[in-house]
Structures are given as C-alpha cells and as structure tokens.
Design a protein around this ligand. Structure first.
Ligand SMILES: *Cc1c(COP(=O)(O)O)cnc(C)c1O
Length: 361
C-alpha cells in the first residue's frame, strides 16, 4: 500500500496515526463488542465519546463556559440559513463581508430572511484579497456581522478581525478551525463543516455564545433551532456518531502528538512558507492571493497558461500529488495543506514543481 499526498480542499487528509487508531478499533471499540458505527447514540459508551469530544474541543480551543458546542449535520451550508433564522431577531438587519464564494452564498441565503447588507466586497479583485472594511458602512444596530474567515477557494484569510463593537461577529471557519489558536471570545458564533480539518464529512460544529441561543424565529424548523440542539446536548436526534468519534481522535492527536494549537500553527506556518517562498521565486508558477491576505491552509497558484496548468495537474497526480486542481469555478491550482498534510508532502511537492519548471521555462 502506498498513500498519496492528498491536496484536496475537503474532504481531505486525516492524520495517519488517527486512521490507524480508528482501524484498530473498527471491529470492537474498547470491550463493547461492537464498532462505534453500530452503537446506539444513547449508549453509555457513546455518551462518553460525545462528551469526551466536546471536552477536548473546549480544552484545545480554549472555549469559555458561556459558549455552547453543538455537533450538527447539514454542513456549513446549512448554517448559511440557520444563522439568520436564529440571530436575525431584533432589528432584522445583518452585515456581510463578501470575500469569496462561500461568503456570497451565505449572504444570498441570509437575504431571504431580512435586511442584509454587503458592507465590503473584493469581487472586483476576483477575491484575490480580503476587502477593506469601511466602518461607516457597518450598521451598529445589525443583529450580527458575518465573515468567512478563510476563503477556501481563493486561498485568502482574515489576518485581522473586523472591529464590530457590540454587534456579534459570526464566522465561517470551515477551512481554518484547529489550524491555529482562535480567540473565541471575539465571536458570537463560529461554525465549520468538519471535513476539512476536523473529521470525515457529516459533522458540522457550531460554537455559539449563550445569549444568542433561544431567540429563533417562529418559522424556524425545529432542526434549525440552536436551542433545540443545545438543550438536548446535540442528541435531539441521531448525531453523526462516527464523525464525532473521528473528531475526538483528531483532537487527541492535536493535543498529545502535536502539543496543541500554538504548536499546530507553527507547523502550518512553516509548511505554507515553504510553498509560498518557492512560488515567489518561481519563473513558471505564480501565487494568486495577494501577499497580505495569504492563507496558510489553501495555497492557490497558476502558470498563466490553462493548458500548462492542466498538464501540471495531470503530471502531479501521476506522481502521487492528487487533487491539486483549483476549484472548478476558478481553475489553476490549489494545494490545500490542512493540519494532516505532513511537511514532507510540501517539500516533495516543491521539489516536483521545481523539476516541472525546469522542463517548461
Ligand atoms: C467547504 C466550505 C463550505 C461548505 O461546506 P459544506 O459542509 O459542504 O456545506 C462553506 N464554507 C467554507 C469556508 C468551506 O470551506
């Protein structure tokens, strides 16, 4: 067996030690006589798993007690509706920053429910950077202010958070959660599809401040009400049991093998630096994101020639660097280098790019 270096934007690589541990427990978890996949979510064994996952997430991310952690389904995309349904309940206004495709989708969904304003956008720059936010555009009576922290498709990230005063800051952190420390107290709500940096697909994690729970609109479907899930400890209905268990293993890996999120960030910054340093001196490849907005999770680049891009993607795959093609909407290349991508994977990719460059300039 040989494993490839998988640069997919999600679902993406999982740490090898996590996969091995899961494999070793696949037929029988502990002395339960069954797989986690087969367990009742109400069983004693499973209760320990879900409670342990939450406790670990709280510890690793340093989540204060006045925030609830919810393990949901429906992906980050469901949160595009769930956020306005629950939070847009006083002035009925919400401000959004358009920094890419997902934030635009979130904005469009929210528009169905109230007075939603795009206060800044970098669409004109093809989302190659995080837009500047003019405070005069922001509404102090908005029910919340929404950003997509790391823009998976374009490879940009908010290096500084917008100042929103008393307006709760809501962030889609699908592609940057657990990549570095995040000061949860700066946010009213954080949400993430787990399939990028936390677990296999199927799990959506929401971290929400207590005071923002319990004010959902009347029309809100029961399954879309944060209070329903908070009151039931994410057990209102069947949660994505196996993904939650995998999330626990990933959190144990971060805590015990990596040494926490500060250590994780150091590794990730170094990994991204190796790739960006090469892109900055390459005569063939060019980074797409403006330097001041560069993501350490998704690195986008092009040769400037779409045929050559396609040739590179094909050659890379043949050499064990798979899924390096850019998002279908933008083309070019994208190396998603989440937590589980080893430094060695980046070093080998750069060596391969250097070889490719020699043959093509
Ligand atoms: C992948 C992604 C989404 C979509 O997530 P789903 O879980 O597939 O709905 C939304 N936002 C960001 C930032 C993403 O990276």
């Amino acid at each position: 067996m040989s494993r490839v270096y998988n640069f997919s934007a999600g679902p993406s690589m999982l740490p090898e030690s996590v996969l091995k541990r899961a494999a070793s427990e696949l037929l029988e978890y502990g002395t339960s006589g069954q797989s986690v996949m087969e367990m009742s979510h109400r069983s004693k064994e499973y209760t320990e798993i879900i409670e342990g996952t939450e406790a670990l997430l709280r510890e690793v991310m340093n989540i204060p007690d006045n925030y609830k952690v919810l393990f949901l389904q429906g992906g980050a995309s469901s949160q595009f509706a769930m956020v306005p349904l629950n939070l847009m309940n006083k002035s009925g206004k919400a401000d959004y920053v358009l920094s890419g495709q997902f934030s635009t989708k979130a904005y469009k969904e929210a528009c169905r429910y109230g007075d939603v304003k795009a206060v800044a956008s970098s669409k004109e720059q093809n989302f190659s950077r995080i837009p500047e936010i003019d405070p005069a555009e922001c509404r102090s009576d908005a029910d919340y202010f929404h950003i997509c922290m790391n823009n998976t498709i374009y490879g940009t990230v908010f290096h500084e958070l917008p100042q929103t005063g008393d307006v709760p800051l809501v962030a889609d952190v699908s592609s940057c959660i657990l990549s570095c420390p995040i000061d949860v107290t700066k946010f009213g709500l954080l949400y993430a599809g787990a399939q990028k940096n936390m677990a296999p697909a199927g799990l959506t994690v929401v971290i929400v401040r207590d005071d923002l729970i319990g004010h959902a609109r009347d029309i809100t479907p029961t399954m879309f009400d944060y209070k329903v899930h908070a009151d039931a400890g994410s057990m209102y209905n069947t949660p994505p049991t196996y993904s939650i268990y995998m999330c626990k293993l990933v959190l144990e890996w971060i805590k015990n093998e990596i040494g926490g999120l500060e250590a994780m960030e150091k590794i990730n910054v170094n990994k991204a630096q190796i790739l960006y340093d090469y892109l900055d001196k390459s005569k063939l490849f060019k980074g797409c994101a403006e330097k001041s907005s560069r993501s350490i999770m998704n690195v986008t680049f092009v040769t400037g020639d779409t045929d050559l891009d396609a040739e590179f993607v094909k050659a890379a795959a043949a050499n064990g660097f798979v899924n390096i093609k850019g998002h279908r909407s933008v083309g070019g290349m994208r190396a998603s280098i989440y937590n589980a991508m080893p430094t060695e994977g980046i070093e080998k990719l750069v060596a391969f790019m250097e070889e490719f460059e020699k043959k093509h300039v």
